[in-house]
Write a protein that binds this ligand. Structure first.
Ligand code: HEM
Length: 338
């Protein structure tokens, strides 16, 4: 049987820090084996039998010892690694208390609505604009890619159905969900927004060194929200009239239907440009954000970012340590908290 000291010199020796613990276990098991062996010696047996018994006991207990050691080694390794990981995280957070800590900004209802909204809008733009600019070569290319104009029209209506679904969901959310209600009130325009916008312009021009301090939603985010709100009302209202013209004609004159078609078409272009210029700048091309944030996906904002971008909200909510999650970008089940 191998002594613990010999086993140490074998290849595959465990790295610190759990080698010492393993040595202790090995030593303990070895002593136990010695005791068991001594018990196995029966002074009444003759030498040959005693030798056989000794060999047998050594073999059986040796196997058992190896098994137990392997199990202990696995358990210890997992335990030590867990401890080390925790310690590394703790040290990192102690060194930079704000980095790597985050809190939930957008719950799962919000994220689901945003996901469905941009999916539907992308479908609507890709299928709608080729109808508006049918004379352009690129429109023919896109329509062919989609399998022809009939497919394009079906896809446009599919996108429209998703958008209507999101709009209804959002209405329900703002009416019945506490977070939806509170966000809706915080999104209402206030005098402070105009002042913030002015202050920001002065700041960008270098006239003042003071930056506006935002609450949960800045005037830019409010503008984004209300532009989409208004856009949805116009696009869904006019789109439904285009979708069911005969029904509409029972209520409104022909020239109104024609006007609605024009409004739908022009608002579509406006919405596309607003999205590409305003929204993409704010969330992607802005140097502070480039190339973009995954906030819409995991819903979390880092403590550092909320302090900088929404200081008034931060001061209002001052999160409990338990609300702060380690890491700022990984999707976490806790981000799903309502
Ligand atoms: C962001 C949202 C949307 C965009 C960008 C968009 C874009 C467009 C564009 C550019 C056209 C072509 C207009 C033209 O020929 O000048 C169009 C047509 C149309 N849109 Fe939309 N649209 C949107 C939302 C909707 C919605 C919500 C509905 C329905 C509720 C809808 C229903 C229609 C219908 C029925 C047509 C006529 C298509 C046809 O001739 O078969 N659209 N849309």
């Amino acid at each position: 049987m191998t002594e613990p000291a010999e086993r140490d010199s074998q290849p595959g020796k465990e790295p610190k820090p759990y080698q010492e613990a393993l040595d202790l276990i090995a030593e303990e098991l070895y002593q136990q084996l010695r005791r068991d062996l001594d018990d196995a010696y029966d002074p009444d047996l003759d030498d040959y039998i005693r030798e056989q018994v000794k060999k047998r006991v050594e073999r059986d207990l040796g196997t058992e010892m190896d098994l137990r050691l392997k199990r202990a080694r696995r358990r210890l390794r997992a335990e030590v690694e867990r401890g080390l990981k925790k310690e590394r995280k703790r040290r990192k957070m102690a060194a930079a208390p704000e980095r790597g800590r985050s809190l939930v900004r957008f719950n799962r209802h919000f994220r689901a609505q945003h996901l469905a909204l941009f999916t539907s809008v992308i479908i609507l733009i890709i299928t709608g604009l080729p109808m508006k600019f049918s004379h352009l070569g690129i429109s023919g290319f896109v329509v062919n890619l989609l399998g022809g104009i009939e497919n394009d029209r079906i896809l446009h209506r599919t996108g429209a159905t998703i958008l209507i679904g999101v709009a209804l969901y959002h209405l329900g959310y703002t009416l019945f969900h506490p977070q939806g209600r509170s966000d809706f009130f915080l999104l209402l325009p206030r005098l402070k927004d105009a002042w913030d916008a002015l202050l920001n312009v002065l700041y960008f021009l270098g006239i003042t060194r003071e930056r506006p301090r935002f609450d949960r939603f800045s005037y830019m985010e409010k503008f984004d929200y209300w532009a989409v709100y208004w856009g949805c009302v116009i696009m869904i209202g006019s789109g439904l009239i285009l979708w069911f013209p005969n029904t509409a004609l029972q209520w409104i004159p022909k020239f109104a239907v024609d006007t609605v078609k024009e409004a739908h078409s022009d608002e579509a272009l406006l919405a596309t440009l607003a999205l590409v210029i305003w929204h993409f700048y704010n969330v992607h091309f802005n140097p502070d954000r480039f190339p973009g944030t995954l906030l819409w996906w995991h819903g979390r904002i880092s403590e550092k970012e909320i302090k900088e971008e929404h200081p008034l909200e931060y001061e209002r909510i001052i999160p409990e340590p338990s609300e702060l999650l380690p890491g700022s970008a990984d999707p976490s089940p806790q981000a799903d908290a309502e």
